[in-house]
Every structure is written in structure tokens, then in C-alpha cells.
Design a protein around this ligand. Structure first.
Ligand SMILES: Nc1ncnc2c1ncn2[C@@H]1O[C@H](COP(=O)(O)OP(=O)(O)OP(=O)(O)O)[C@@H](O)[C@H]1O
Ligand SMILES: O=P(O)(O)OC[C@H]1O[C@H](OP(=O)(O)OP(=O)(O)O)[C@H](O)[C@@H]1O
Length: 207
């Protein structure tokens, strides 16, 4: 069996994804030492985990330093990297929506949209035929309409709690998001047996 390197997103997806691999029968330590280690070798399974920022997972996989990875659909839509999407793991489910202050219309001349997904937002408004100005932020996006920085935000919604607690309302549902198993196209060919085996084991436990 060939050695496999997996890029895992740090943060909220990690726990769920790691648990899924254990359920799929991989012999992984239950307690992952989430210290500051960015690389974890599991020699018993001939696996190596690389712990990356969620937005960087498709980048590692495209460049082939990881054979496969687990990435949010949001990152795949935003970055459009050359990777194969193998399986919807149906974890970390949420969606991307536009939101803003209640009962407001967008400024008619160049409305401003705050987001950490500039490509998704730009494409969405382009398809609607709206010309918008994108203001790229890295987090706490919900602040933007509250302080007059933007007419709308384009961001992740899960429970809707962040919107509610900040007095915002959802306007348009843009796209559903969940985590996906992705592969480097060359690894997918060269290590196909190993990757296919992993996919079929995961398929059995995807809800
Ligand atoms: N509220 C949420 N509920 C469920 N899934 C979410 C939520 N927010 C984000 N996600 C999904 O989890 C992924 C990682 O989100 P997370 O918040 O851990 O990282 P991040 O905010 O992008 O990065 P960081 O906080 O490390 O800069 C996202 O790409 C998305 O697919
Ligand atoms: O609908 P909810 O369940 O409230 O979840 C949505 C929030 O979760 C994410 O933020 P995150 O916690 O990652 O913080 P961020 O502002 O740093 O992106 C997202 O950007 C929303 O703000």
C-alpha cells in the first residue's frame, strides 16, 4: 500500500473529520494531541496528517504536497483550485447567504458587499446583473453593515445566531456548504487503489 498524506483543516472541521476516519476503521489515536504540531505521522496506517488553515487545504492538495484533503465547499468555490472532489462528507454543514440590516435596499450606485469570499460574492452579483464593490475582510464580517461599512455581507450562516445577535437579517440563500474529500489529480491516478479504498470506507458511514 502506498503512503498517503492528508491535509486536514484546523479548527471546527477537524474533530468531525478525524472522528469520521476513526469510524471508518482507521487506527488513529483517539486523543489527537492538538498541541502545536502541524504534522502527525500514523505509521500503523501509513498516513501523514498535515494540519492547515481551512482556506489553504485546496492549495496543498493542488500542489501535491498532500495527496488528499478535507475542505469546505466554500473554500473550493472561492479558490477554484485544480483538485478532484471525491466525496461529500456531509459534515460542517452550513450555507452562504447575503445579509444586512432589516428593511434596507442596497445602494443603487455600487453597493458595497463585505465578505471573506470575494469570488463567490462577485460571481453571485454578476449573475444577478448587479455591479457591486467588494470589501474583503478576514472575519467578524457581521460588523460591516452595523458600522456602515457595507450594504450587505456575504458570509456563512449555520444556526443564524450570529446574524440574530447582531440585528441582521438574511436576504438571499446563495449556496449550500459541507466538507468534501478532495484529491490531487496526479495522486488520484498514481495512488488510485489506496484512495479508492479510503473513499469506499468513508462512503459507508456518510449519513
Ligand atoms: N458556523 C459554521 N458552522 C458550520 N461550518 C462552518 C461554520 N463556519 C464555517 N464553517 C465551515 O468550516 C470551515 C472552517 O471554518 P473555521 O471557522 O474553522 O475556519 P476559518 O474561520 O475559515 O479560519 P480561521 O478562523 O482559522 O481563520 C469553513 O471553510 C466552512 O466550510
Ligand atoms: O449562523 P451561526 O451558527 O451563528 O454561524 C455563522 C458564523 O460562523 C462563522 O464565523 P466564525 O465563528 O468562523 O468566526 P469568523 O467571524 O472569524 O469567521 C461565520 O463567519 C459566521 O459569522
Amino acid at each position: 500500500m502506498s503512503h498517503l498524506t492528508i491535509a486536514m483543516p484546523k479548527g471546527r472541521i477537524f474533530e468531525e473529520a478525524y472522528q469520521m476516519l476513526i469510524e471508518a476503521g482507521f487506527n488513529l489515536p483517539e486523543e489527537v494531541e492538538m498541541s502545536r504540531k502541524l504534522m502527525i505521522d500514523i505509521p500503523e496506517e501509513d498516513l501523514r496528517f498535515i494540519l492547515a488553515k481551512p482556506m489553504d487545504v485546496p492549495v496543498y492538495v493542488e500542489h501535491g504536497v498532500a495527496d488528499i484533503g478535507i475542505a469546505g465547499k466554500d473554500t473550493l468555490l472561492e479558490l477554484r483550485r485544480n483538485v478532484h472532489e471525491l466525496l461529500d462528507l456531509k459534515i460542517s454543514q452550513c450555507y452562504i447567504a447575503s445579509a444586512g440590516l432589516p428593511n434596507t435596499t442596497m445602494n443603487e450606485i455600487a453597493p458595497r458587499i463585505a465578505t471573506k469570499y470575494p469570488n463567490i460574492a462577485m460571481n453571485y452579483y454578476k449573475e444577478l446583473g448587479e455591479q457591486v464593490e467588494i470589501i474583503e475582510l478576514n472575519g467578524s464580517i457581521e460588523l460591516a453593515p452595523m458600522i456602515g461599512l457595507a450594504d450587505r455581507i456575504v458570509d456563512i450562516v449555520s444556526t443564524g445566531r450570529t446574524l440574530k445577535e447582531n440585528g441582521l437579517v438574511e436576504y438571499e440563500h446563495i449556496t449550500d456548504v459541507s466538507s468534501r474529500l478532495i484529491a490531487n489529480p496526479v495522486s488520484y491516478r498514481m495512488k488510485s487503489a489506496r484512495i479508492q479504498e479510503l473513499v469506499s470506507r468513508l462512503k459507508k458511514i456518510v449519513g
